[in-house]
Every structure is written in structure tokens, then in C-alpha cells.
Design a protein around this ligand. Structure first.
Ligand code: ADP
Length: 353
């Protein structure tokens, strides 16, 4: 096939539920790439769609090109990134050495820039976690794994020309082939119909599924079954990631969905109308009930030995009311990042071998 003619496939470097990732070599110039073979049409489609919108953002993984093989499989040719934030955290934890504040700040700024790029294009990632934040040997951090991403569309919202065209084509029943020709390589009519069906199902429900993301980083509204959530679910995940950078321990390592919620409640207190006006309308609010937590520990108890500014930063993200969570752009302007110790340059970040 086309891909075999252009790339040499080398060892497998990772695998997930729907994907296998290999190291590869571009034959024309020897460039090392990652070849991500995705076996699920929906997730391949989502990943390609989101990545195309976000190309040009320095903190999002580069998609060089992609190939569709038959109706189900796609192979994405991505820039190869050696390591990830989970490894940075694990190495520091193993050495029992907290990350120097200047390094911590530079990691956070890179994560925030990447998330800001996603959100300003209305791309909801839905699975932000340290192992999806890949890192180059030069210390550049890039958001990866958009297999669960969704592009939000609001009536009249012009996320990008690319996406506008996509929605227009998708909603035009007489124009199936255009999808194939404009953006999606060899995607066939059949597969675009599968996608249309899923989109229609979600439309009928009027919403998205709440079974997304990795449990430890999952926002409380998802755990209570919300189907009309927004970009804020990524901001919750971000808060969990920042706390983990600060302590080198996961903030809410739940062992099951109920355990996940009870850990959150132990820290923030029970979810009620005082914490978030409207929360009692969440689909599972009446179904899942917890005994009253009299003395919630508070976020500060989870961040022992960290500065008040750091606690405040995490609190701006880890709060019940999604509308109260700070956006990535707002956090980039937080005074924490302009105070000493200043963020170190990317070139001074220590990257695991
Ligand atoms: P999944 O959607 O199955 O979780 P990921 O995109 O997270 O797939 O990739 C799975 C693993 O493959 C990652 O944890 C990482 O180890 C490796 N990987 C993914 N993308 C790259 C890349 N661009 N460069 C190097 N390794 C990668």
C-alpha cells in the first residue's frame, strides 16, 4: 500500500484500546515518525478531524499525513515524541525529588497553551491526563490522543472554515461523496454514514456520552451522568494534572466510579445547590447519594507543603460549578507564572531519556 512505499515500520511503542503505535522511518529523508494505526472508525475520524483543526499550534502533536485502509482502519503519521508527562512525574516521584518550581511552571504553561489552542477551536479533548501529554527530547510538550475529542458546534459559531464546511457537507444528504473528497482521504460513503448515524444518535439524545475519559481525571458532572457538558470537563482534568505535578501523586485515584465521586466529595464536600446552582438536575443526582461529609478536607489538604498561590491555582480548576472554572487563557495570565521563581526556558527542562 501507499504507506508501505513511504515509511519503514519499526518496533511497536504503545498500544491502547483502539490503536497500536509504531516507530517509523520516512524513507525519503530518514525522519523518525510515529505511525498510529487506529482500528476504530469513529475514533480515527475524531482524531484526524481534531488534529487537522489544530495544526500550527506549537503544543499540539504534529500530524504529517494520514491514510485510510479499507473502511475501518486509519494510519496517522505523527511527529515522534520520546516521552510524556507521566514519565516525568514517575521519575521525580521515584527519586523522591519534587519538580523545581521553575520547571513546574514551564510544564504548566505548555499544557495551558495546548489546551487554549484546543478550546479556542472549540475542540473538547475529553481525555487529558499526563500520559497523553507527550514530550520531545527538547522539552516541548504536545497534547496528543484526540481519539475521544469532539468539536463543539453552537448555532452560528464559526470555529473555522474547515469545520464549517464539514458541518455543511455532513448535513447535506445528497452530497455524501464530498466528505470523501474534501477532507477525509479514502473514507467511503459507508463509513461517513456510520458517522452520520452516530451523530444523529447523539443529536436525538441531544447530547454526548458521559462515559468518556480516564476515571481519575473525570469531572464530577460526568460522574453524575451529564450529557450536556462542555469544555469545562477538560479544565477539571487540568486541575487534577496540576495537583499531580505539585505532589507527584494522583489527586483523586478512584478505584471505581462511585469511589471516584466519594474521594472528590471527601475533599470538596457534598455536591449540592449551594456549591453549584442547577446540579440537582444532573441525570444521576437523585440516584447517587452520599452521606453528609461534615468536614471536607479541602483542596489545600491535598497539597501539603505547597504555596498558597499553588493551592489557589488548583482551586480555580477543581471546583464543582463548571462555570466557575478558570479557562486556560485566564490561567495563563495568573500571576503565579510571572512571579519568581520564573518559568525556566523549555531548553532547560530536564527530559527523561
Ligand atoms: P490510545 O488512543 O490508544 O490511548 P495514544 O495516542 O495514547 O493511543 O497512544 C498510545 C501510546 O503510544 C502512548 O501512550 C505512547 O506511548 C505512544 N505514542 C502515541 N503517540 C506517539 C507519538 N506521537 N510519538 C511517540 N509515541 C507515541
Amino acid at each position: 500500500s501507499e504507506i508501505v512505499a513511504k515509511y519503514e515500520v519499526m518496533e511497536r511503542v504503545g498500544s491502547g484500546a483502539y490503536a497500536d503505535v509504531y516507530r517509523g522511518r520516512r524513507l525519503s529523508d530518514g525522519l523518525t515518525v510515529a505511525l498510529k494505526e487506529i482500528h476504530d472508525y469513529q475514533s480515527a475520524f475524531r482524531e484526524i478531524d481534531a488534529l487537522q483543526l489544530l495544526q500550527g499550534s506549537p503544543n499540539v502533536v504534529v500530524l504529517h499525513e494520514y491514510f485510510w485502509r479499507d473502511d475501518e482502519d486509519a494510519v496517522l503519521v505523527l511527529e515522534f515524541l520520546k516521552t510524556d508527562l507521566a514519565t516525568v512525574i514517575a521519575d521525580a516521584a521515584k527519586a523522591n525529588q519534587p519538580l523545581p518550581v521553575g520547571e513546574l511552571k514551564r510544564w504548566m504553561i505548555q499544557i495551558l497553551s495546548g489546551v487554549d489552542a484546543c478550546h479556542s477551536h472549540m475542540v473538547l479533548h475529553r481525555d487529558l491526563k499526563p500520559s497523553n501529554l507527550l514530550i520531545s527530547e527538547h522539552g516541548l510538550l504536545k497534547i496528543a490522543d484526540f481519539g475521544q475529542a469532539r468539536i463543539l458546534t453552537e448555532p452560528g459559531f464559526d470555529a473555522s472554515n474547515n469545520h464549517e464546511e464539514y458541518s455543511r457537507v455532513l448535513n447535506d444528504n445528497d452530497n455524501k461523496d464530498t466528505i470523501t473528497d474534501t477532507h477525509y482521504g479514502n473514507a467511503t460513503c459507508t463509513t461517513s454514514e456510520i458517522d452520520r448515524k452516530e451523530e444523529e444518535e447523539e443529536k436525538e439524545l441531544g447530547s454526548f456520552t458521559s462515559c468518556v475519559g480516564t476515571r481519575w481525571f473525570r469531572a464530577p458532572e460526568l460522574l453524575y451522568g451529564s450529557r450536556d457538558y462542555g469544555l469545562e470537563v477538560d479544565l477539571w482534568s487540568l486541575g487534577c494534572i496540576f495537583a499531580e505535578l505539585l505532589t507527584l501523586q494522583p489527586l483523586f485515584p478512584g478505584t471505581a466510579d462511585i469511589d471516584q465521586l466519594s474521594r472528590i466529595i471527601g475533599v470538596l464536600g457534598n455536591l449540592d445547590e449551594r456549591a453549584w446552582v442547577g446540579c440537582s438536575k444532573l441525570p444521576d443526582y437523585g440516584i447517587i447519594s452520599f452521606t453528609k461529609v461534615e468536614n471536607p478536607a479541602g483542596v489545600e489538604a491535598c497539597l501539603p507543603n505547597r504555596s498558597p498561590d499553588e493551592v489557589a491555582l488548583v482551586k480555580r480548576l477543581v471546583c464543582y460549578d463548571p462555570a466557575k472554572r478558570a479557562t486556560a487563557m485566564e490561567l495563563l495570565h495568573d500571576k503565579y507564572f510571572s512571579e519568581v521563581p520564573l518559568p525556566v526556558p523549555v531548553s532547560e527542562l530536564r527530559v527523561p531519556l
